[in-house]
Design a protein around this ligand. Structure first.
Ligand code: NI
Length: 191
């Protein structure tokens, strides 16, 4: 099943997501649906809140980036209850986008290297280091689980310049070929 993508301004994107227990209902199906949704929208990462589920899970598949770096070809993984334990290395800018913020791409500065613990789909525990593009994607998706969007990292002036565009996205002013959910309209408001 392909989930619609929740877009900028929706409260689910601002919540701190809850932990997933081992007996989480239909977990394997949920993971399969997350991958299907991500592929449908040509994403390389997708966090559960973007599918309207406020739980600690994101998926990554960098196969489409193999031209840039052959080591990215077979990286397909689900991260459950992840915890970034260390951030280190040089702080570098990288152009980021987000399925929940269509039409906006900006350079975001982040640490180049991270240590992260997480569980996979079988609840096997991992404690690993990542750098390069993977570290970048993982930090972006990890932020989603804590209610943080990439635009939050931008300088105040840049944020101000984007404000109208972001408000427009909340009102449906964008054009994508995947299904989306806009922030709910206020009760009693007439169209
Ligand atoms: Ni995103």
């Amino acid at each position: 099943m392909i989930f619609p993508i929740y877009v900028y301004g929706h409260p689910v994107l601002r919540k701190v997501a809850g932990n997933i227990e081992k007996d989480y209902k239909d977990l394997q199906q949920f993971i399969a649906d997350m991958f299907e949704t991500m592929y449908d929208s040509d994403g390389i990462g997708l966090a559960a809140p973007q599918a309207g589920k406020s739980v600690q899970l994101f998926v990554v598949d960098t196969t489409s980036l193999e031209d840039e770096d052959p080591s990215l070809k077979d990286f397909k993984r689900v991260f459950i209850n992840p915890l970034i334990l260390e951030r280190t290395g040089e702080i570098t800018p990288f152009n980021e986008g987000c399925l929940s913020i269509p039409g906006i791409r900006e350079d975001v500065s982040r640490e180049s290297k991270i240590r992260i613990s997480y569980y996979d789909k079988d609840f096997i525990f991992y404690d690993e280091w990542y750098d390069g593009i993977l570290s970048r994607i993982i930090q972006h998706e990890y932020n989603h689980l804590n209610g943080i969007l990439f635009t939050d990292h931008l300088a105040p002036l840049k944020k101000r310049l984007l404000r109208n565009k972001l408000n427009g996205i909340s009102k449906g002013k964008f054009d994508v070929d995947y299904k989306t959910v806009l922030p709910g309209k206020k009760k009693g408001r007439r169209e």
